[in-house]
Design a protein around this ligand. Structure first.
Ligand code: ZN
Length: 62
């Protein structure tokens, strides 16, 4: 089976769905070994996760 083989031209034409690589709170690049995963999103630390939750809560109250 060669189903996994993708033609080069095909790969270029399709825009790759980018993986989330930046912290949602501080927008820092998240390194593989050091990330905090919550609710399907990545943050660089627990602190940033809390910050993002607090921020989104404030936005909801508007
Ligand atoms: Zn962060």
């Amino acid at each position: 089976m060669v189903a996994e083989v993708v033609k080069e031209s095909e790969a270029e034409a399709k825009p790759k769905a980018e993986k989330q690589t930046n912290c949602l709170a501080c927008n820092k690049l998240i390194k593989k070994l050091k990330h905090y995963y919550r609710n399907g999103k990545f943050y660089c630390s627990k602190k940033c996760w809390r910050a993002f939750i607090d921020k989104s809560k404030l936005d909801e109250k508007k």
